[in-house]
Write a protein that binds this ligand. Structure first.
Ligand SMILES: O=C(O)CCC(=O)C(=O)O
Length: 280
């Protein structure tokens, strides 16, 4: 599922853009449902504005719990096999988010890593499996720079942060960016079209570029990681929803371990993740 060229690029640069995973009609359906989820979350005041976000930008967390129409994203063939190649068969889904990025002259977020202060200090090593990788599904057009593109520093996923901190911020990049109002010279704005999917590991230094268009960016992020890590979403509510038609593999990826109850030795893990119809 993952070519050697893609593997080498991901290991070296710390990201991989998979073009055209979703066709236009599917993007349209996802966008429509995302807008509905957003409307409900705004009404219920369940949106998250991180301290370091621009005011017109926010996120909705736990979106799998808020809609059944995202269930097929759990193990979508356009990226799930690649995730398994990079994380291994002991994979779980840890969280799901909807990002909304409005107009902004300045960068929308500062550079940061994911998963907290400790994990900021545990770097991927050559030949190892990855601890956590996010898949970001772009639903709106980001094919030009300065449209709230995902911003990254290539190769930074293997670089030590000089001052690890609670918010996982990269002070050595954010301070000059705040003062000079310019992006770091080696930063890359990912140019993506609706339906493209971006993969990146937890230690990649990443941010969000300015949005000098009038269009609001919307994207969905799914966070995958090793089964022994703690999930961020409350996925037990998704598993308990009897109206969902989840496959055994989807149930396992959402954290249903079956009788073994062990995150270290889950029964039939390889067969389930490979898509065999094994009962849990
Ligand atoms: O692309 C975005 O809008 C933000 C992504 C991000 O910062 C993250 O997933 O941690």
């Amino acid at each position: 599922m993952l070519s050697q060229e893609q593997r080498d690029f991901f290991d070296r640069e710390g990201y991989l853009l998979i073009p055209g995973v979703f066709q236009p009609d599917e993007v349209e359906r996802l966008l429509k449902e995302s807008r509905r989820v957003l409307e409900v979350a705004l009404k219920d005041q369940r949106i998250t504005r991180e301290e370091y976000y621009h005011p017109d930008s926010f996120k909705v967390s736990n979106i799998l719990r808020r809609s059944r129409l995202f269930d097929h994203l759990i193990d979508h063939p356009g990226y799930f096999g690649i995730m398994v190649s990079l994380i291994g068969h002991h994979i779980q889904l840890m969280g799901s988010e909807l990002f909304v990025r409005g107009s902004s002259e300045d960068a929308i977020t500062g550079f940061h890593t994911d998963l907290g202060e400790s994990l900021q200090q545990i770097l991927p090593a050559d030949g190892n499996l990855y601890l956590q990788i996010k898949a970001q599904i772009f639903l709106t057009d980001l094919s030009n720079p300065d449209s709230s593109n995902f911003l990254l520093i290539p190769g930074s996923h293997k670089r030590r942060v000089s001052a690890p901190n609670l918010d996982c911020m990269i002070d050595e990049l954010n301070e000059p960016m705040r003062t000079d109002k310019t992006l770091p010279r080696n930063a890359v704005q990912v140019l993506a079209r609706p339906g493209d999917v971006l993969l990146f590991p937890w230690t990649l230094w990443h941010a969000v570029a300015p949005n000098r268009t009038r269009n609001t960016r919307m994207s969905i992020t799914l966070r995958y990681g090793q089964l022994c890590l703690r999930a961020i979403d409350r996925l037990e509510y998704v598993l308990a929803d009897m109206d969902r038609d989840l496959t055994p593999r989807q149930r396992r990826v959402l954290g249903e371990l079956g009788p073994s109850l062990s995150v270290y030795k889950p029964k039939d893990q390889r067969a389930l993740i490979d898509g065999e119809n094994v009962p849990i």
